[in-house]
Design a protein around this ligand. Structure first.
Ligand code: NAD
Length: 342
């Protein structure tokens, strides 16, 4: 099986933007947890395009075999279907990229303990492993959700957060906060070369590939609803905002955070700062899909953040990175991909 043309073209773009790192990547051994998920599978593909060696770990709770099955059988790729919290690995890997965690809000609310375990027990297990084998870099996938319902917009890395410890989103938000604290403490106490990416909403081909509209994240959910001519379900009055980053920009940012020298111990927001209301997003998707669907309004979930927009000055300065794909272009590609898959 091969990768489809839409993803292939985007992979070439990411590769071109990372050529300066090719000698660091080629031949190195990378452990990618959550490698069968949305972001993890793009990371595996970029690594593969640079002839890296890859161990992908995934328990498949929210990932999809179809995201990575094209790599099966290759000499440089192996998959371990296991939970990160009780995983034992004997290889001496060069880099750990720790992505494993359910990221869709309805899905992590359905699996609260699994979400906490992946973040807390899983992160500790991976940090202990990384410490034992002395990795070059441990990249941790954190989230904008550590800011909760942020009161400072755009939100800088220095913002301490406004998170409800016992809210419906807290297993994810507080789980990631605890995981960040573990990473930070392993850096402080053991000098482990950790780097933390605070990822803001990212979308593109493969987002929630196997999840249906009940569990898919908002971009996937709206596109499926629009293509099936079902009502687009907007929570509240739709005035809450998000800032959506296209996959190629996000993956480029994550690789730069992992590979640019002298960033150990750093925490950096990676996202697009183009802010849009959820209602505007729904209308844009209706237009781009030529859909006749209506918009239906449902009650706003508890603790749904009102605004979400990253301050990305630090990424621009430290990584010489900025998002390049505007929302309309990225949505076009995502819609095209979803249509080609269905
Ligand atoms: N995509 C985004 O917009 C976004 C935003 C912020 C943070 N993140 C973070 O990036 C990471 C990847 O997100 P994604 O969007 O690719 O989500 P995803 O659900 O597509 O991928 C996560 C992968 O981790 C696997 N997984 C979950 N728990 C596991 C466990 N205990 N052991 C082994 N594997 C496990 C899942 O099966 C899945 O393949 C997550 O840590 C997420 O919190 C993503």
């Amino acid at each position: 099986m091969s990768i489809d043309a839409i993803i292939r073209k985007d992979l070439d773009i990411i590769r071109d933007n990372l050529l300066e790192f090719k000698d660091k990547i080629r031949g190195s051994l990378f452990l990618v947890t959550g490698g069968a998920g949305f972001l993890g599978s793009w990371i595996c593909d970029v690594l593969n395009s640079f002839d890296a060696n890859i161990i992908c770990v995934d328990n498949m709770i929210s990932g999809s075999e179809s995201n990575i099955s094209h790599l099966y059988g290759q000499e440089n790729f192996s998959i371990i279907k296991n939970d990160v919290s009780n995983l034992t690995i004997s290889e001496n890997v060069d880099y750990v990229i720790h992505m494993a965690c359910i990221a869709s809000p309805p899905m992590y609310q359905k699996h609260p303990i699994e979400t906490l375990n992946a973040n807390i027990l899983g992160t500790k297990n991976m940090l202990d492993f990384a410490k034992r084998i002395k990795v070059k870099t441990f990249l941790f996938a954190s989230t904008s959700e550590v800011y909760g319902d942020a009161k400072i917009i755009p939100t800088p890395e220095s913002y301490c957060g406004n998170v409800n410890l016992f809210g419906p989103r807290s297993v994810y938000d507080e789980g990631k906060r605890a995981a960040e604290l573990y990473c930070y403490s392993y850096h402080k106490q053991f000098h482990l070369p950790i780097r933390i990416a605070r990822i803001f909403n990212t979308y593109g081909p493969r987002l929630d590939a196997k999840l249906n509209t009940q569990y898919g994240r908002v971009v996937t959910k709206f596109i499926y609803q629009a293509l099936k001519h079902r009502p687009l379900t907007v929570y509240g009055d739709g005035t809450q905002t998000r800032s959506f980053c296209y996959i190629t920009d996000q993956i480029e940012g994550l690789f730069k955070l992992m590979l640019v020298p002298e960033l150990d111990g750093k925490v950096i927001n990676i996202g697009n700062d183009e802010e849009i209301t959820i209602l505007e997003l729904a209308k844009l998707i209706l237009k781009l899909t030529n859909s006749k669907s209506e918009i239906s309004f449902e009650s706003l979930p508890e603790n749904d953040p009102k605004r979400r927009k990253p301050k990305i000055n630090k990424a621009k300065r430290s990584l010489r990175w900025k998002p390049k794909i505007d929302l309309k272009t990225g949505l076009h590609k995502t819609i095209e991909w979803i249509m080609s898959e269905n």
